[in-house]
Design a protein around this ligand. Structure first.
Ligand code: HEC
Ligand code: HEC
Length: 528
């Protein structure tokens, strides 16, 4: 399944574009490996990635606003923000095939695709039920995973064309926490949890809550065929799969991992997800039951039938290539050598350069890395927990506490670094120069950890909040660390499930290198 080493050509990046790729722009001088045109199956998979919600809109528009969630997302505010400000204010990527609506439509965009809500991955679907709003809003995989193309950014980030959109880079400008907090007061404890999520991150266990605040970056999905396979087990059946997820929980193959994410974005919520949130002894989670779901929810069957195509598409996406003018070639050979000695023991699969995904995809303990542990301690995948039907036997046996060696392809485009985007300053600037400024800063903090602002990395409340506890209410002052209340075990509120406050510790590799070696390493990584 390795990618053929391609001839290098000048490429107008149209292969992923949907429709409007008819105007090749002269500015696109990106050198890249040849991309094959997508097969019909991969094209179908790409369309699912972009457009399919499998009924999740019923969850977001009809279930989430009511108890027990009481959560109204700020999608209404974001979708009625004028297009010219939408990326700037929310990090959302506008659908190029839309224009601003007018006051009579509440400024909702007018789009060629009748289900587009004006933003990539946000879908509007007529409410099939006689109750509730007329139009429901759901999200697709692309809502988080599609971002602006790193090597071919739009002149104005608010107004991209299709060739300026990378469907799997992971939108590191997306302000998911701001969308979640949009309708809350600053005295709501949840407001500060959501606002603690750096741009480009989301706590994927926030709805199926495991009581640990653990924002994780929306992982780039590039060059999957170059990543190593692992022989793993699910229900005692051996499977050969690539790893998924930052802690190895989703090591069950792309198909099952993707189906789990559809539950996460609302699919079959009423029929077979919500009941498992708190129906065990003492209001604890129980596993989603796939057989019951097949019987109760037609959308699950539809997703099961189509997810293979989605995975075929994910196998086709490539890391962005930085134009050579931005690289100091004179030190690249030295940088390659430094990388081989200081980094390749984890960040290499042992293949020659074009096939090296720059990771062995092995799991390391969070403790040995010294990295903030909260993401590695999530429990939803454990036996008897909600996602148990989706996790590998190895993960269930080894338990929590791991981080996967992340592939470094395209790292120049995806700073800040680490699973929680905590290393390096966020630039918010999607131009090549803006991404490189963020990259320079992140590499500098990564390799010279004394430059990190440790205390500044602690997420704190910015206003007083009132918490309800079994014995009454407690008011906490502004400046209180979020992890000290967000991570309390509801079954035993004196127990903090992750009292790890510093976000940007750990990964102390290469710190002893000379400044010249650090510089060479930085330039070498830009070539990958
Ligand atoms: C709300 C934002 C969001 C949406 C929507 C979303 N994802 Fe993700 N995705 C993430 C985050 C965050 C991660 C990193 C998770 C982790 O490991 O902590 C991730 C990771 C992944 C990975 C793992 C990649 C790797 O190399 O480890 C895959 C595969 C994936 N998502 C597929 C999907 C699919 C399929 C969908 C649609 C059903 C989807 N995602 C929808 C946020 C999102
Ligand atoms: C012992 C294994 C190990 C070694 C050696 C190692 N790393 Fe890592 N690296 C990791 C792990 C694990 C992660 C993921 C951490 C996380 O999830 O927060 C990571 C993450 C990274 C990231 C962040 C990627 C991203 O997308 O955010 C960069 C950059 C990186 N490493 C560069 C390096 C460099 C450069 C070296 C050599 C100086 C190096 N690493 C050595 C294990 C290692």
């Amino acid at each position: 399944m390795r990618r053929a080493t391609g001839t290098r050509i000048t490429l107008v990046a149209c292969t992923l574009a949907l429709a409007a790729c008819t105007e090749p722009s002269d500015e696109v001088q990106v050198t890249s490996t040849v991309e094959q045109a997508l097969t019909p199956q991969e094209q179908h998979g790409r369309d699912i990635w972009l457009k399919s919600t499998f009924g999740g809109e019923k969850f977001f528009s009809l279930v989430l606003p009511d108890p027990p969630f009481n959560l109204t997302l700020g999608l209404d505010l974001a979708l009625t923000t004028p297009r010219a400000e939408r990326f700037t204010r929310w990090g959302l990527v506008n659908d190029p095939d839309c224009t601003d609506g007018d006051a009579s439509t509440g400024f909702l965009d007018r789009c060629t695709d009748p289900h587009s809500a004006g933003v990539i991955g946000v879908r509007k679907i007529a409410n099939p039920l006689p109750v509730g709003p007329r139009v429901l809003f759901g999200i697709t995989c692309a809502s988080c995973h599609a971002g602006l193309a790193a090597a071919n950014p739009p002149a104005n980030p608010n107004l991209p064309r299709w060739e300026n959109i990378d469907l799997t880079i992971g939108n590191q400008h997306l302000q998911v926490g701001k969308l979640f907090a949009a309708h809350m007061t600053t005295h709501d404890p949840r407001y500060h949890v959501f606002r603690s999520w750096p741009p480009g991150t989301v706590d994927t266990t926030v709805l199926e809550n495991d009581h640990i605040n653990n924002p994780g970056m929306i992982t780039p999905i590039f060059d999957v065929p170059d990543r190593p396979f692992f022989a793993l087990h699910r229900n005692d059946v051996a499977i050969e799969v690539h790893r998924n997820g930052q802690g190895g929980e989703d090591d069950v193959g792309c198909e099952l991992a993707a189906l789990r994410v559809y539950f996460n974005i609302g699919m079959c919520a009423r029929e077979c997800m919500i009941g498992h949130l708190a129906n065990g002894p003492g209001g604890t989670q129980t596993p989603i039951d796939l057989e019951q779901c097949r019987r109760a929810c037609p959308e699950y069957i539809a997703a099961e039938q189509q997810v293979g195509d989605l995975c075929a598409f994910l196998g086709t996406t490539r890391a962005p290539v930085l134009p050579p003018a931005y690289i100091d070639r004179s030190v690249v050979a030295r940088g390659r050598h430094v990388f081989a000695t200081a980094c390749a023991s984890c960040h290499s699969n042992g293949e020659p350069p074009p096939e090296d995904a720059l990771s062995d995809d092995e799991l390391r303990t969070a403790t040995s890395l010294g990295i903030n542990r909260c993401r590695s301690l999530t429990t939803n995948w454990q036996p008897d927990h909600i996602w148990a039907a989706f996790s590998s036997d190895e993960h269930k046996a080894f338990g929590t506490g791991f981080y996967r060696d992340l592939p470094l392809r395209g790292a120049w485009a995806t700073a800040p670094f680490l699973h929680n985007n905590s290393i390096g300053a966020y630039s918010g600037d999607p131009t090549i120069a803006g991404r490189l400024a963020a990259y320079d800063d992140a590499i500098d903090e990564l390799l010279s950890p004394w430059k990190r602002d440790l205390t500044g990395s602690i997420a704190r409340t910015t206003d007083s909040i009132t918490l309800s506890t079994p014995t009454g209410t407690v008011t906490l002052p502004a400046g209180f660390p979020v992890a000290l209340y967000a991570n309390l075990d509801p079954a035993n509120p004196t127990q903090n499930l992750c009292p790890d406050l510093l976000e940007n510790t750990g990964h102390y590799f290469g710190v002893w290198l000379s400044p010249a070696d650090k510089y060479a390493l930085k330039e070498f990584l830009k070539t990958r």
